[in-house]
Design a protein around this ligand. Structure first.
Ligand code: NI
Length: 254
């Protein structure tokens, strides 16, 4: 069944129908979901969700855009969350230079700190990297991320960089963007990366695939992504789903 490696079901846009939606996942062919924390509050919400749904696992961590008020006490909280049996990764963590007023040094400091946390608790990492290709790779090399492992979520860089991440032992997260008509660079990267290193993700409620681009995303829409990827990799949709599920289980050690 389909494995969604990256979703945010704690988001308030799911408040009205979260339970109904999640309980209907199996019927839609969705077998496993990893909910991803983006700050201290959503990391706590992620832990709570994992306790409610047997097929749902979680990652805890602080997104680069949420690092302004972070403290060492928050790191202690994350560390204790990581001991939960259904928390399978540290994330999403990384660098996001998209907005011009961002404090890059602060982002880098907490990225390095959370990589150290992942190493300490021996969990893989979920990397968020936007408009920060060089600094992300440099920090990951310096911190020997090949010893930590994980996934580069919503991969948006070149095929050369994708292959460098694969060489580091990382997986490449692919979602709705692959179905967009302007996804030429991502299509090239996906063609170059071995299928054994690709995992499916929604980033729900964001990045809904075509033909439903712009609407609220959820794991059931991964069928559109799976069909597109199967086509690009020259395998059947069922094969694509089976292989990416195996990859996701290896990535998250589930
Ligand atoms: Ni995300």
């Amino acid at each position: 069944m389909i494995f969604d490696t990256h979703a945010h079901y704690d988001d308030s846009v799911f408040d009205a129908d979260r339970d109904e939606l999640l309980r209907g996942m199996a019927e839609n062919g969705i077998g496993t979901i990893v909910n991803i924390g983006a700050d201290i509050k959503t990391s706590a919400a992620t832990v709570a969700l994992t306790e409610r749904y047997p097929f749902l696992y979680g990652a805890v961590g602080v997104h680069p855009s949420e690092t302004d008020a972070l403290t060492e006490r928050d790191m202690e909280q994350l560390k204790s969350d990581c001991a939960h049996p259904k928390i399978v990764a540290v994330g999403e963590i990384g660098l996001d230079y998209h907005y011009p007023d961002t404090n890059r040094e602060l982002q880098q400091r907490w990225f390095v700190r959370q990589l150290a946390l992942a190493r300490e608790v021996q969990l893989p990492v979920v990397i968020h990297s936007r408009d920060a290709a060089n600094d992300t790779m440099q920090i990951m090399k310096e911190q020997h991320c090949e010893e930590i492992g994980g996934v580069v979520h919503c991969f948006s860089y070149s095929k050369e960089l994708a292959l460098q991440y694969v060489d580091m032992g990382f997986y490449i997260g692919v979602g709705g963007v692959i179905t967009f008509s302007n996804a030429k660079k991502l299509v090239e990267a996906v063609r170059a990366v071995p299928l054994e290193r690709i995992v499916l993700e929604t980033d729900a409620p964001y990045l809904s695939p075509a033909p439903e681009r712009g609407s609220r995303n959820h794991s059931g829409k991964l069928w559109f992504v799976a069909e597109k990827l199967a086509d690009l990799k020259g395998v059947t949709v069922q094969e694509l789903i089976r292989i990416t599920e195996e990859n996701a289980r290896r990535l998250y050690r589930i």
